[in-house]
Design a binder for this molecule. Sequence first.
Ligand code: BTN
Length: 255
Amino acid sequence: MLRTRVTARNLTVLDQVDSTNQYLKDRAFDLPHGATVVAASQTSGRGSKGRVWSSPMGEGVFFSVLYRPQVPFDFGVMTPGVGLAVCRGLRRLTNLPVMIKWPNDPVVDGKKIGGILCESVWQGSQAALILGIGINLSASREQFLQRDLPHAASLAMLGWEKLTGEQVASAILDELEPIYDSVCQRGELGSLAEQLSQWCVTLGRRVRISTRDEEFEAMAESIDPQGRLVVSREGQKQVLTVSEVSVRGLYGYAE
Ligand code: BTN
């Protein structure tokens, strides 16, 4: 199904793995650029901010891509970049209005349908970037509630129960490659930030921001070409990077 040049041309498909991100981290300088691993379940799936990413067999598709940029850039920009690939891929495959809760939550109708975790490792001056994506395929509302995940949804819950992991992963991988190429060349999202802004549920809302040092409310205004969130706080503009903050809606998970 793939139309990519390098992405997933080296492909490992596993029933189970500890974490697809960890699998590539361990082989970051052995496998070729673009190598991809897809798993049907993970025993130690990793979420952002050190959280666990629940990954039972059959409920989702879990995959990671290894890229080795020749020239390093600020890798924080890739998290919203992957978000854009998820939106584009899933919108092409389904008619769902997939949006991004900045910086890394794909959402439909305010419910989180997956997650994105970008990591990097270095060997001397050579960096390896690992872009991990998990999409909820078939879990039910009851299963999410049992795991205390009231804000989660699966594609099946949204009427797309027949989609396979292969279809979902390849639709997203097809979109990821040109976005990675463009970001890698420019070192920023550039004009891709405009499309991402149109699909970002965070913009135009008051949000609660938690940084390491403080918590405050602000108005989310725009995404800049580096993929950072620009907020207005008591009339002053403030630019937030992907790694330093957590953003919540004032009235719920995304709103
Ligand atoms: C989040 O907390 O929203 C990010 C979740 C990222 C999960 C994916 S599943 C594939 C890849 N492997 C991992 O261990 N994590 C990412």
